[in-house]
Design a protein around this ligand. Structure first.
Ligand code: 6LW
Length: 503
C-alpha cells in the first residue's frame, strides 16, 4: 500500500526563498537554507519537526566578514547553498558569485555560523557536498572556470571531486559525471546514497519556464550513471498550472521508505499567467520508492495558489540589498519604526544599501509607513518602494519640502523608463502616510490616513516579474531616503490578505 504519494506539494515558506536545501539530524529535526543573492543578512535558516511546517530561526550569514565583495549588483551574491549534517556538525557550502565557493559550519544552527572556509580551485556555481560511509567527502557542482590553454571551456554538466571539508582543499581532479538529459543548464546537483546505490539529482532547463529536476543512479560516486527512465522527475513546463518553474530539489530522509523532497516554484495568478513576481518559493513533498527509483504518483505539482490570504504565517525579516556598511537603517525591535539617514544615491548598489525591506509573501498585502516629520528630509526623496531590482521598482515618493508643501507621487520604473501614475501635494508640517496595496493584478498606491486616503493610481505587477525585470529574486517592500537629512518612518506595517488595507 502506498501511503505517501501526494500530488499536491505544500509551500513551506512565502516570499523569495529559492534554491531550498535541507538536512536532517539524527534526532529527526530538519533544517532548510535558501539562496539570498545580494541581500544581507543572508542564507536564511528554517527549522521543522515534520518537514512540512517550518519556522525561521535566523540567518547563517549575519556577519559582514561572511559576505565579502568588492562590488555588488542585483541578483549577484549568494547562490544555491547545500546544507548537510555530518557527525555532529552542519556544513553549508555555497557560492558567493562575487568571491568564490565557501563553506560555513556550525554545531548549532541557532547559535551562529563560522567564518568562510574558501574552496580554492573549484569554479562554477551550485556546489554540493556528499559524505560517503567510508569517510570520503565529495564536492559536486556545475561547469565553470576560465578557458584552458586551448581556449576551451568546460562542457555543461555536473562535475565531481573529493574534498577536505575542514580546509576546503579539493583533493582530486574535477571529473564530469553527468551531462543531463537535454544539455540545457544541468545545475544544482545533489548526491545521496540508498541501499548501497549512489543517486545524483540535478535541475535542468533553466530556472524559468523550462525548469525540471532529473535523477540518475550508479554503483560508484563517479558513475557511470544510469538515467531514470521517468525523467524529468518533476516539471511543470508546458502546463497551465498556477505553480510554474518547479525544480532545484533537495532531499532528506533519503535512506528511508519515505523521503522528503523540497524544490522551488513560482506562484502565478489566473489573470496574468506565468508572471510570478513574488519570486521562487520553496515547496515540500514526501515520496515513496519503487524498484530503486522515487515513486512520484504525479510528476507535476499543482497548488491552490490563487486568491488572497495565501501567505504562511512567518516573522517579518528586514534585509538590505548589499551590506548597510554606513549603518543608515535602524529598525526598532517591533519593526514599526525605521530611521533612515539619507545619502546621495539612487536605487543602485554602488553607493551602499539603497533601501531596507521585507519580502512580499502574498499577492494580496498592504505595506504602509508614515513619514513622521516631512521637514526632516533636507533634500531629495523619501518613501516606500516595491522593489524587484535597481531598474525595476515602483515607489510612492515624497519630495523634500518647498514653501511648506511636499509633492507626493507614485512612479513605475521599468528599465530606465519612468511613468508617473499619480501625484498630489500635502502640507509639510503634518505626518505623511504612504501606502501600497498589492493584489493579483499588481499594486495600488495612496497617500493619507486610512479612510481619508488620496489615491495615486495603479500599476500592473508583471512589470516587476523576472520575466520582465530579469534576475533570480522576488519583491521587497521597503522604505528609503535618498538625499540628505534623517527620516523617521513610524507605523511601518506589512500585512497580508485582501482586507489588510482597511484595518
Ligand atoms: C542557481 C541555479 C538556479 O544557482 O538558479 O534554479 C540560480 N536554479 O541553480 C540562482 O538561484
Amino acid at each position: 500500500m502506498t501511503l505517501f504519494n501526494v500530488t499536491e506539494a505544500k509551500r513551506v515558506a512565502s516570499g523569495f526563498y529559492p534554491d531550498p536545501t535541507i538536512c536532517e539530524t539524527p534526532q529527526g529535526t530538519y533544517y532548510m537554507v535558501n539562496s539570498s543573492f545580494e541581500f544581507f543578512p543572508g542564507l536564511p535558516v528554517f527549522e521543522s519537526a515534520d518537514g512540512e511546517h517550518w519556522q525561521r530561526v535566523g540567518d547563517a550569514m549575519d556577519r559582514e566578514i561572511q559576505f565579502p565583495y568588492e562590488s555588488m549588483d542585483n541578483s549577484q551574491g549568494i547562490y544555491a547553498p547545500t546544507l548537510r549534517y555530518h557527525d555532529g556538525r552542519y556544513y553549508l557550502i555555497v557560492t558567493n558569485v562575487n568571491k568564490g565557493n565557501m563553506i560555513l559550519t556550525t554545531d548549532d544552527p541557532h547559535n551562529g555560523w563560522s567564518d568562510p572556509i574558501w574552496v580554492e580551485g573549484w569554479p562554477g556555481i551550485d556546489p554540493s557536498l556528499f559524505f560517503d560511509d567510508d569517510g570520503s567527502v565529495y564536492i559536486c557542482g556545475n561547469e565553470g572556470g576560465e578557458p584552458d590553454d586551448n581556449g576551451e571551456r568546460e562542457e555543461p554538466g555536473i562535475y565531481l571531486s573529493r574534498i577536505d571539508v575542514s580546509t576546503g582543499t579539493v583533493l582530486t581532479k574535477r571529473q564530469r559525471i553527468c551531462g543531463g538529459i537535454t544539455g540545457s543548464n544541468p545545475e544544482g546537483p545533489h548526491m545521496y546514497k540508498r541501499d548501497g546505490t549512489y543517486y545524483l539529482m540535478w535541475a535542468e532547463g533553466g530556472t524559468e519556464s523550462g525548469h525540471m529536476e532529473n535523477i540518475a543512479r550508479a554503483s560508484s560516486p563517479t558513475g557511470p550513471y544510469e538515467m531514470y527512465p521517468g525523467n524529468p522527475l518533476i516539471t511543470n513546463r508546458s502546463t497551465h498550472l498556477t505553480l510554474q518553474a518547479v525544480g532545484h530539489c533537495d532531499c532528506a530522509h533519503f535512506e528511508a521508505d519515505r523521503t522528503l523532497m523540497v524544490f522551488h516554484g513560482t506562484r502565478n495568478n489566473d489573470e496574468y499567467p506565468a508572471q510570478g513576481w513574488l519570486g521562487r518559493e520553496p515547496y515540500a513533498v514526501w515520496f515513496t520508492w519503487k524498484d530503486g527509483w522515487p515513486d512520484l504518483a504525479d510528476q507535476s505539482y499543482n497548488c491552490p495558489l490563487n486568491g488572497c490570504g495565501d501567505a504562511l504565517e512567518q516573522q517579518v525579516a528586514w534585509i538590505t540589498p548589499g551590506i548597510d556598511e554606513a549603518r543608515r537603517f535602524a529598525v526598532d525591535d517591533a519593526g514599526s519604526h525605521i530611521r533612515v539617514t539619507a545619502a546621495q544615491q539612487d536605487f543602485g548598489l554602488a553607493a551602499g544599501a539603497p533601501l531596507i525591506g521585507t519580502r512580499q509573501t502574498d499577492f494580496c498585502c498592504t505595506f504602509t509607513a508614515t513619514i513622521s516629520d516631512p521637514t526632516q528630509l533636507v533634500s531629495g526623496t523619501a518613501g516606500i518602494v516595491v522593489y524587484a531590482n535597481a531598474n525595476h521598482y515602483m515607489a510612492v515618493t515624497m519630495h523634500a519640502a518647498e514653501a511648506g508643501t511636499v509633492m507626493i507621487d507614485a512612479t513605475v520604473h521599468n528599465a530606465g523608463l519612468v511613468s508617473q501614475v499619480g501625484g498630489t501635494q500635502m502640507p509639510a508640517d503634518k505626518p505623511v502616510r504612504l501606502t501600497v496595496q498589492g493584489d493579483d493584478y499588481g499594486y495600488t498606491f495612496a497617500v493619507g490616513d486610512s479612510g481619508e486616503e488620496t489615491p495615486l493610481g495603479k500599476a500592473v505587477g508583471k512589470v516587476l516579474s523576472f520575466t520582465n525585470a530579469g534576475g533570480f529574486t522576488g519583491i521587497l517592500l521597503g522604505v528609503y531616503a535618498h538625499g540628505s537629512g534623517t527620516v523617521d518612518f513610524s507605523g511601518v506595517r506589512y500585512q497580508t490578505g485582501s482586507d489588510a488595507a482597511s484595518e
